[in-house]
Design a protein around this ligand. Structure first.
Ligand code: GYE
Length: 341
């Protein structure tokens, strides 16, 4: 019975994926695989539908890779992966297709917090557990999702603020007016909300910190560069840039240097970034970025452990956090070589 059910699930999963134009990154769905798709497949795989936000950043690519490494057929899974290309409506469509395919689990990284009640109710009604990865949802009924695996973004933002407070103190600049420009990520995303809240909570304690603007730069390099350029033209003096991810920081550093200014430990503008991907860590080592607050994208393993617990009928927590560090020129050297993304 279990085998027949698994076969049906996978058959309908494949067909619907092809019909809906969903390409499986974990498993590329080639048209020819329709000829005899299951002849060589093991039975009894756990079917997992993953809806990813997009591919806006290096972090996101690493997050996707982490999922694809874990949810393989060798490990007992059939992965249906959908890239929503930064659109909530695409995520809702993907979730609905997972529901109609009767997947065993839905894993998804919600682009923004609001707007999920209806589709998550549909998943609940279909008896499909939903695991949030990376970002959170704001729903009236918290039982609409099983658990969330991700980062504590408010803590990350507070770490950034605390680092700045300590740094300014070391430099004897604690009385000076410090003009701060914030490059914010996607509006309404948990990572944007948390990093802002955490940083602003520390900023509030420092009367000399002057937040010039919080500009929406969507977590991309192109937007980071564009918004940085605009803010440099708008404000005469910017002492600190807080970039809510590395990709925006790359764009910001370019814009600052094009304006004839320098960044980092010896520079005109202090740069604080988040994510800590390899290229950014190298910039920390060179003193171009002052500090990088790590956000750990390696969440696939933790998501799988949650699924295994659920498979065994065990209770799970409502949230699981990944471990993260703060990188400065002093400690970054020990970590760069082992960074794979
Ligand atoms: O910082 C950014 C990505 O939500 C933690 O999204 C994630 C953020 C990450 O695009 O690079």
């Amino acid at each position: 019975m279990r085998c027949r059910r698994a076969f049906c699930k996978r058959a309908s999963a494949l067909l619907l994926s092809v019909l809906l134009g969903i390409t499986g990154c974990g498993m590329e769905l080639q048209p020819e695989s329709l000829e005899d798709p299951y002849a060589h497949k093991e039975e009894g795989l756990t079917v997992v539908g993953v809806s990813q936000v997009g591919s806006e950043s290096v972090w996101r690519t690493a997050n996707t890779a982490s999922i694809q490494r874990v949810f393989t057929q060798e490990n007992g899974y059939f992965l249906i992966f959908d890239n929503a290309r930064q659109k909530q409506e695409n995520q809702i469509k993907a979730l609905r297709s997972f529901i109609s395919q009767q997947v065993d689990y839905i894993v998804f990284s919600p682009i923004e917090e609001e707007g999920w009640d209806t589709v998550l109710q549909e998943a609940k009604d279909a008896g499909i557990p939903v695991i949030l990865m990376d970002r959170n949802v704001k729903v009236a009924d918290e039982s609409l999702y099983t658990t969330r695996v991700g980062s504590d973004f408010t803590r990350e933002g507070a770490d950034a603020g605390q680092w700045l407070a300590d740094y300014l103190q070391e430099q004897g600049r604690q009385q000076e007016t410090i003009n701060i420009a914030i490059l914010a990520g996607t509006e309404g995303a948990t990572s944007t909300i948390g990093r802002s809240e955490g940083f602003l909570s520390v900023a509030q304690e420092h009367e000399n910190w002057n937040i010039l603007e919080q500009a929406d730069a969507e977590f991309t390099t192109a937007k980071g560069r564009e918004e940085m350029e605009r803010m440099l033209n708008t404000y005469g003096d910017i002492d600190v840039v807080v970039s809510q991810n590395d990709d925006m920081a790359f764009g910001a550093v370019e814009a600052i240097s094009e304006a004839g200014l320098t960044t980092g430990t010896e520079g005109d503008v202090i740069v604080i970034s988040f994510d800590a991907v390899r290229k950014a860590l190298e910039m920390v080592e060179k003193g171009i970025i002052n500090v990088d607050i790590e956000c750990n994208p390696e969440q696939g393993g933790l998501v799988e452990r949650v699924i295994q617990k659920l498979e065994r009928g065990e209770a799970v927590e409502k949230a699981y956090y990944v471990q993260e560090k703060v990188f400065t020129p002093e400690n970054v050297g020990d970590y760069i070589d082992s960074r794979s993304y």
